[in-house]
Every structure is written in C-alpha cells, then in structure tokens.
Write a protein that binds this ligand. Structure first.
Ligand code: TYD
Length: 152
C-alpha cells in the first residue's frame, strides 16, 4: 500500500488507563482481544539512553505496522507519506502513535531519560526497510519533483 493521504491513517490512540491512588495502569490488546490497536503484536523493542540532540528513525517499512509509546519523558516524531509531513509530540504513557506501512519517520527532540517503546506487527526483517529516502519516495509514488514538503 502506498499513496497520497496515507498519513491520515496514522493517529494518536488513547489507551485504557486505570487510575488508582496506588498508581496508574495501561494495557494494550490486539484485534483478537479488546482491539486497541489494529494489528497483532509480534515484537516489542525500546529506545533508551538516547543522547541529547540525537535523531532516530530515518526509514520506512514496507509492511510493518507499529505503535510508538513514550513510556517516560518525551520526543517528537515526524511522519511522511511522500506527499505531506506531520509532526507529533509524544509525552504520555497512555497514548500511542499508530504508524501504518509505507510511512517515513524521523524522531528527535528526546528529553533526558526518555524511553520509546515500539510494538510491531512482525519480527525484525531488514528487507522490510526503506533506508534511502529517494527510494522510498519513488515507491510511495511521488514526483512531480518528489513531493512531500509541508509539515502540518
Ligand atoms: P533501526 O530500526 O535502524 O533503529 P532506529 O530507526 O531507531 O535508528 O535499528 C537500529 C539497529 O538495530 C539496526 O542495526 C537493526 C537493529 N535492530 C534489530 O536487530 N532488531 C530490531 O528489532 C530492531 C528494531 C533493530
């Protein structure tokens, strides 16, 4: 899947939050459960100890669905479907940013102590990555003049 307006499928999902005087609890179930996210979880990974000023991401996935949660601290994610870009600021552990396939993402502005947890729909597979932006743009179908300029 690729194309214009794909970025509209990428949204911040509000996850369940059980608040009690002894603390908060959030849980996430896939489509065979309470379906908070539209994919089954096959892999979990997390970024931590990210130095100030560092950037992560800089790639797109061909088929992978992901949910990104700021478990602690905060960071920004810029999503790009080849036609337009959108910046999200994540700083709540009860919210997750859903990213569908064929979206280029760049992450920056990590706060001190930020922990970025990623739920993924499949196991690690390097052949699922686009790591070259021009190659991604061609696959996503841009030109004229390889679109994707505005950040909204
Ligand atoms: P990468 O996905 O490029 O991370 P980021 O987008 O945050 O910069 O992965 C960084 C390295 O880690 C790369 O060599 C691949 C490896 N890696 C795995 O071995 N397994 C995984 O599940 C992930 C996400 C990455």
């Amino acid at each position: 899947m690729s194309g214009k307006e794909l970025i509209k499928f990428c949204n911040v999902i509000n996850l369940p939050k059980i608040s009690e005087p002894r603390g908060n609890l959030t849980f996430i179930e896939g489509p065979q459960g309470a379906s908070h996210i539209p994919f089954e979880i096959k892999r979990v990974y997390y970024l931590y100890d990210v130095p100030g000023g560092a950037e992560r991401g800089g790639h797109a996935h061909k088929d992978l669905h992901q949910l990104i949660v700021a478990m602690s601290g905060s960071f920004d994610i810029v999503l790009d479907d080849g036609f337009s870009k959108k910046r999200f600021h994540l700083n709540r552990s009860y919210q997750g940013l859903y990213i569908c396939p064929m979206i280029w993402r760049e992450m920056d502005n990590f706060s001190s102590g930020a922990v970025c947890m990623v739920l993924a729909s499949n196991f690690y597979d390097e052949s699922d990555y686009y790591r070259d932006y021009q190659e991604f743009l061609t696959a996503a179908n841009p030109s004229p003049s390889q679109q994707s300029r505005s950040e909204v």
